[in-house]
Design a protein around this ligand. Structure first.
Ligand code: FAD
Length: 443
């Protein structure tokens, strides 16, 4: 590719967080708006935030990656209304720390604190309790977007409303988001965190439904035959001012976690890690935890991700409708007993939204199933069986997480896939926006 005039392109190797995809890419790291605008309008491109998607959503062969990392400034803050305008490269960790310092909170943040506001819009991410707070789209007031042909556009629910909606789970296709105005909520003093032991994933579903109103609500579960589904539901309630606790969260998880030479998540390692979770979390009583630590517990999980080794992992996340949930769990348990895959962890969450476009939303229980060495034959056979089972039970896949998903399964799992795809491409008629994700799923 010849270098377009006006800026430098570096050749860099980029890799998805789960290490399933890598590509040698042309990367532009603009540090002023005129350099974003300088990329010739016919050049294929994709916008990159922090690059912490499990899948290869913000890079691809044969396209220019526009890395917005430098655009991370706070632009405007209305401390009365809780409206915060930030550049799209600002991380949710930084936005959370700034907001908390002023008594406000962005209620939906993903588990990785370095995910950017642009990346959270483009993947319409969920936070610690999607059943209560919905997905990211619920908390965005307005977007400034750059279209290679039309230039800068102001989008909100009234102006360019269709394009505004398309940005959520638009995976960068409707254009480059330069900044966004976020609607914050009043922050609690801390969270009062509790853990409830569960013996199965069916019981986990019941406990999640019982605590649907808690601002923090999720489960971690063992998947080994004999222990299948055993785990803890963590839920946090807003603490009173008198219960405020201070203390800094662990340092932000890095964008790229350097893998250890070998995969430690063999059967012994998985047993040890699940035992540790039980000892650390499955105790009665409550603990007051700073808000930032409750939102980003994965800051303590660096070794967990390094332990997948250079062969990486896959996280398949499926939202299973309530009516099919018990049957799905029974079938999943049978498949685990039959195929004996290695599953390092299953995470559970409750959803109570509407399945819009390509967003990961709807009503049911979401299970995120993390599996090391996805290309090993036994693992690959299980992943295939899991996809088939999930589709059979009308579950919806999370496109931003699951590298193993193919185009046909995505279309079967999302009833309106084709409609949503056409709607996105209306804003990119020349199909300029391309990534590994858009290629794999035929988006
Ligand atoms: C450890 C870990 C925990 C996670 N926890 C959660 C979770 O709890 N909930 C959840 O929903 N997700 C979660 N995720 C997924 C993650 O939040 C999303 O993949 C998010 O999109 C990553 O943001 P990013 O800035 O790294 O985006 P990137 O990975 O850089 O890009 C993601 C997509 O956004 C687009 N994009 C990025 N910036 C812009 C922009 N400025 N304009 C237009 N398009 C843009 C890209 O083109 C791409 O399609 C987690 C991921 C990890 C690794």
């Amino acid at each position: 590719m010849s270098t377009p005039r006006g800026f430098a392109l570096a050749r860099l190797d980029l890799r998805s967080f789960d290490r399933s995809y890598a590509a040698r890419c042309h990367v532009q790291k603009p540090d002023r708006y005129r350099l974003i605008e300088a990329l010739p309008a016919d050049v294929q491109r994709i916008t990159r935030g922090a690059g912490v998607s499990y899948v290869g959503a913000s890079f691809g062969e044969d396209c220019v990656v526009q890395d917005l990392g430098v655009f991370d400034r706070l632009v405007e803050f209305d401390a009365e209304q809780g409206l915060l305008t930030v550049e799209a490269g600002a991380s949710v960790g930084d936005v959370t720390r700034f907001s908390l310092a002023h008594g406000w909170l962005l209620p939906v943040v993903p588990g990785h604190p370095r995910a950017t506001i642009g990346g959270c819009i483009a993947a319409d991410v969920h936070g610690k309790n999607p059943a209560r707070d919905g997905t990211f789209r619920r908390h965005v007031e307005a977007i400034e977007l750059f279209d290679p042909t039309a230039g800068w556009l102001a989008l909100d629910a009234d102006q360019e409303a269709e394009r505004f909606e398309a940005c959520f789970a638009g995976f960068g296709i409707p254009g480059l988001i330069g900044s966004a105005t976020l609607r914050l909520v009043r922050a609690p003093a801390a969270y009062s965190m509790r853990s409830l032991r569960v013996a199965s994933l069916v019981e986990a579903g019941e406990v999640l439904r019982t605590h649907a109103g808690a601002p923090v609500l999720y489960g971690w579960h063992d998947a080994r035959p004999g222990h299948f589904g055993r785990g803890v539901i963590r839920y946090g309630l807003e603490a009173k001012e008198a219960e405020r606790v201070s203390g800094r969260s662990a340092a932000d998880l890095p964008n790229t976690v350097a893998p250890w030479p070998l995969c430690t998540w063999n059967r012994l390692g998985i047993a040890a890690m699940n035992g540790w979770i039980q000892r650390r979390y499955a105790h009665a009583g409550q603990q007051h935890v700073p808000v930032e630590s409750a939102l980003f517990p994965l800051n303590e999980a660096r070794a967990y991700y390094a332990g997948f080794g250079s062969a990486g992992f896959v996280e398949a996340q499926w939202l299973v409708p309530h009516a099919r949930y018990s049957d799905f769990i029974e079938a999943l348990q049978a498949a685990v007993a039959r195929l004996r895959p290695r599953i390092s962890l299953i995470a559970s969450k409750l959803f109570d939204g509407v399945a819009q476009g390509l967003s990961f939303d709807g009503q049911g229980i979401a299970l995120a199933i993390q599996m090391p060495q996805p290309k090993a034959p036994r693992q690959a056979a299980f992943i295939e069986a899991l996809t088939a089972l999930a589709l059979e039970h009308q579950a919806r896949p999370n496109l931003i997480k699951d590298s193993s998903l193919d185009a046909e399964s995505a279309r079967r799992g999302i009833a309106d896939f084709e409609l949503a795809r056409e709607c996105l491409r209306r804003f990119d008629p020349g199909a300029l926006q391309r990534s590994e994700l858009t290629r794999r799923l035929g988006l």
